[in-house]
Design a protein around this ligand. Sequence first.
Ligand code: AHR
Length: 506
Amino acid sequence: MSPRESQPGEIRANVTIDTTVPARAYDPMIFGGFLEHFDNQIYGGVFEPGSPLADGQGFRLDVIDALRELKTPIIRWPGGCFVDSYHWQNGVGENRQAHGDPRWGVIEPNTFGTHEFIELCKRLGAEPYICHNGLTDVQEMADWVEYCNATTGQLADMRKNNGQPEPFNVKYWSVGNERYDNAYVARVRDGAKAMKQVDPSILIACAGSQGGMRSLGSEVSPYLLETAGDYLDYISVHNYWLPRGHKLPRYDFLTAVTKSEWPEAYMTLVCESLDKAGQRGRLGIAFDEWNLRAWQHPGFPRDEVEDYEAPGIRELVDRRMRENNLASQYTMADALFSASFLNACLRHSDDVTIANIAPLVNTRGPLFVHPEGIVRRTHFHTMAMYANLLKERVANVEVMAEVLTLGESSVAAIDAIATVDDSGKNWAIALVNRHPVNSVVCTLKMGEMLLDGSHKATLLTGESPDSYNDIEYPDRVAPKETELIFRTGSVNLLPHSLTIALVEAV
Ligand code: AHR
């Protein structure tokens, strides 16, 4: 059925929750975020000294309050490609040294460094997750761990002199970003060994696989797993499913939502390569960069920039900001794709134990920050609904639904996930209707029981599949409390919507 040709009519789906198998606990770290030093993610995003909206330390209080709504459990920082030129020593102490970052074509002032990052995490109740420069020497990697976590010694003294007597106790680390060559593999092994010698309690990830936009993505290299696997705790995986460099303003809704099942297929591929290497179950998957849309950065990343003030460079950087920040791109497609991504993580919760939306703030992120305030984009609401409404355990669910097709692409019209609390009584069931224009009549069974009656629910939808929020209309798309009425199992799901229903089992 092609929704472009479909007439308004009845579409049906069946969702059956398996109540015979106990629901499994999942790791809430899948609701994490990523912050990288480019454009206005850090400066003019979370940190803006001098802004009337910032406190004396430079933190944007409106941004912090909004991020608290996401209950962000873990933040990966400082990059991304940015780490390739990052040396942590420049970002601590009184005399901060600015440096040029050729990857993104900007001068990094280093006023936001390790201490500021940890302070941000503390205010949000998030675990810091630090990504090392993967090109630097092993000593620099071990030193950063020592600076953060040691109680005694020269680097602990340095930290104390910089105003932090207690260790930061950073538990999550990663060696390098998106590097896969043999020299990198050796550095991962040696770096991980050296870092764990400093603090054996830390958990370490390294770049393991990158997804594709037209193919699923790469397997994790057997050479990496053989050489360094035993020193690691996570394999880091990245993907964005809509290519950059596409003509603006945006992809249409169906092109975007027909990508919704790709993350799960990619997760399966990565699990298979861990399986083959005998590392599945020992190594977790940290999907530490994900988003529907790849970031627009024409002309970047690059290896060298001669003059950061050259008009050509400035124009590319300005264009990047303009293109990523264009509000009308972030529609119900982003909200529903993000729900599908999180559903896939939940279904793979034995393997995927960390995920970070990339980025958290500005460019493609769920929270848009500007000098006078913030805008919660559509996918912000998905993330907030998942983090706040879902219960602690995830059950198996079978979905049978019609398929939406677009050219060679297709996707089930409905996706669903069911979570339950430890008592086994209180359920939160997320139902995604990907159809752009049609409601779906969905029959929901909990085991053999057809759900009946009225249940509290939160609904996210927009007037059209292309609805978006912007500075002028920040709440065009916002969650609404509602009652969901089931009649002998059947419920009506609105077009292009996400509904989370709260159900008490009898
Ligand atoms: O576009 C942002 C970049 O995307 C990140 O720096 C990198 O890790 C990823 O390829």
